[in-house]
Design a protein. Structure first.
Lengths: 135, 198
């Protein structure tokens, strides 16, 4: 299995961890948790299951962007969607380890870029394309 | 064809190793056929269960999850058996007195099993009831149960690995029932809330 062409040398130990993360499907979890918006979605879902509309109200971003975020979270197996009529309800599907990782990610501020705060809605076209690509 | 991950082969490997160890133990101490027969019967039961979950249909997510939990239980059970049989064989061969290391490691494996099962509790979702309050309570209870089980398992395993036996033994007598009582209390509270809101 390829590990991203890191080859031998000094990065051997790290390569094993990356391999394990990829192999156990954890890379998608890390990717999902690296975005502050997605972390906020998970924190909101910790309170109770919510519909896509309810969740979107908390963010100044377009619906397609939110849908792409939901897709990334669902792809990582962190949330589950249930459709009743025309409403999609999302609920948490995080193991204890993933829950703890969310706590760490939030505390350490993973994926936070300087000056990115409050810009979630800005340039939403580019952002949406980036998230779609991730998903 | 989809290739199976490495851990998929842990259970059959452990069972095969267990079989070899039972045979070696029986060869070394043929006078004690009772325990070796019992160990062989347990291994055979585990092999049958493993065969059943491997052959069974895996199309349904619930069945797949059940098969995974059976497989995990076999891995942990197999680990305990293999470790105990190895220690017994080492003792029979006179390769050193291990004190209570066997008991400690067995208890630590049990603790690891608690961590493993607790970790998966919040991920096991039942179909939604349509009642938002109840859904929130169910989720909170599952998260609490998962965290309680994981923390208990970690404390249990760590306690048996590092604490003196005189402390580790009463600790495990207190820890497990306390965790169980906490979870039962939460489930009862959830049921009462559900009956009130229904």
């Amino acid at each position: 299995m390829s590990t991203g062409g890191e080859g031998g040398g000094g990065g051997g130990g790290l390569t094993i961890f990356r391999y394990l993360a990829k192999y156990r499907g954890m890379d998608s979890v890390f990717k999902a948790l690296s975005d502050p918006t997605r972390r906020r979605v998970l924190q909101l879902l910790r309170q109770r299951p919510m519909s896509a509309g309810e969740l979107s109200e908390h963010f100044p971003v377009s619906k397609p962007t939110m849908s792409a975020h939901f897709a990334v979270l669902a792809g990582a197996g962190l949330i589950a969607a249930e459709k009743t009529g025309r409403t999609i309800t999302y609920r948490l599907k995080m193991s204890v380890v993933e829950d703890a990782l969310l706590g760490f990610a939030h505390t350490l501020g993973w994926g936070k870029k300087k000056g990115a705060e409050g810009k979630a809605g800005g340039n939403s076209g580019n952002r949406w394309r980036a998230i779609k690509k991730e998903a | 064809m989809e290739s199976k991950p490495t851990w998929y082969y842990f259970a059959p490997t452990l069972l095969a190793l267990g079989g070899v160890l039972v045979a070696a133990n029986a060869y070394e101490r043929p006078g004690r056929m009772g325990p070796w027969g019992a160990a062989a019967a347990v291994l055979a039961g585990m092999a049958l269960a493993l065969g059943a979950v491997t052959r069974g249909t895996q199309e349904n997510a619930g069945r797949r999850r059940a098969a995974e939990s059976v497989r995990a239980a076999i891995v942990f059970g197999g680990l305990i058996l293999v470790f105990t049989l190895s220690m017994t064989l080492a003792k029979a061969l006179g390769t050193g007195e291990t004190g209570n290391a066997s008991e400690r490691v067995t208890m630590a494996i049990l603790g690891a099993f608690l961590v493993f099962t607790g970790n998966a509790i919040p991920k096991a979702l039942a179909p939604m009831s349509g009642n938002a309050d109840r859904e929130a309570s169910v989720q909170a209870t599952q998260r609490l149960a998962g965290w309680t089980w994981v923390v208990t398992g970690m404390a249990y395993a760590l306690g048996w690995l590092v604490l003196p036996r005189t402390v580790a033994e009463p600790m495990s007598f207190v820890l497990l029932p306390a965790a169980m009582l906490l979870i039962i209390f939460q489930v009862v509270r959830l049921r009462r809330t559900g009956q009130r809101t229904a």
